[in-house]
Design a binder for this molecule. Structure first.
Ligand SMILES: [Zn+2]
Length: 300
């Protein structure tokens, strides 16, 4: 810990004060993770309904203060997240979604191999500051990197995160939030794939539709053509309990199916149509139809 002090001293007066109290012999709970990683590039962020959430737990090897332990992880937004942290995050996210704010997990639980890779990149000078393998709170299961740069996310977290037990622990990393509380159980009490309880849950951000949709909405993804449904604020694979349904439309003009929100000028009448929940609908004007801005436009 002491050999890292020089690095830390440059980073934050708050951290220096913390170390001054703890001294080099001791440790601060959760403090081993001060400098660890930069926010992944936006390409790494899988938005929308392809970012599957599956609350079936799996065993993995976590690390805390360099010691391995067995940890249960689930999948949120396509990322592994410790089960209790995931449950609380999903509850918090559902509330944010009702306020129109879409929070996404960019990085969750990390294996020791992944942390070692980040640490090597840091030592090589090809990566940002990273905690030593075994010492990151991404390995203890408590840390999440969130899409803090997305519209409204950081201010919502600053105003509401603490109420949900999520705290920013690294002053220089506004995307890094940690949860050290108890596992509140899965949100809504429903298993993945089940129809969400009426009136419960939240909303999901659909990349295909480019907007938030309510629980129970089913969307056939623009990227993999698979169906997903919004369940308690998270996308779950499958077409279950649909209160609204947005599927691909068959285009005679193009001779193939296209995703919802796509606009096509029909060969038969030269009129523009958009693929909507009700199938092909017009009018389309100024590049937008009933579902908003056309995701693609196919002009004759
Ligand atoms: Zn982090």
């Amino acid at each position: 810990m002491c050999r890292e002090l020089g690095v830390r001293m440059k980073r934050s007066l708050i951290i220096i004060l913390g170390l001054a109290v703890a001294g080099c012999a001791g440790g601060i709970e959760g403090s081993e993770d001060e400098g660890h990683d930069h926010e992944p590039p936006s390409e790494d962020i899988v938005y929308g309904e392809n970012a599957v959430t599956d609350l079936t737990p799996h065993s993995a090897t976590g690390y805390k203060s360099g010691t391995a332990f067995s940890i249960q992880v689930v999948t949120v937004d396509g990322k592994q997240v410790q089960v209790g942290t995931a449950h609380q995050f999903l509850r918090m996210r559902a509330e944010a979604a009702r306020a129109g704010v879409s929070i996404i997990v960019v990085s969750g639980f990390r294996t020791n191999a992944k942390q070692a890779e980040l640490y090597r990149a840091y030592l090589n000078g090809t990566g940002n500051l990273a905690a030593r393998p075994g010492y990151s709170n991404h390995q203890s299961g408590h840390a999440l990197d969130l899409n803090a740069s997305a519209s409204g996310v950081l201010s919502w977290l600053n105003n509401n995160g603490a109420r949900w037990g999520f705290k920013r622990t690294v002053p220089s990393e506004n995307w890094h939030w940690e949860y050290w509380g108890a596992d509140p159980g899965p949100p809504g009490g429903s298993a993945p794939g089940m129809t969400p309880a009426p009136g419960g849950g939240g909303a999901c951000n659909s990349a295909t539709l480019a907007r938030m949709v309510n629980d129970g909405t089913c969307v056939q993804s623009a990227s993999d053509k698979a169906w997903y449904h919004c369940d308690s604020g998270s996308w779950v694979a499958g077409k279950t309990g649909c209160t609204a349904s947005y599927g691909w439309c068959s285009s005679a003009t193009l001779g193939r199916d296209v995703a919802p929100r796509t606009c096509v000028q029909a060969r038969s009448d030269r009129i523009w149509y958009q693929c909507t929940s009700a199938g092909w609908e017009s009018p389309v004007s100024s590049g937008a139809g009933k579902l908003g801005t056309c995701s693609s436009m196919y002009e004759l």
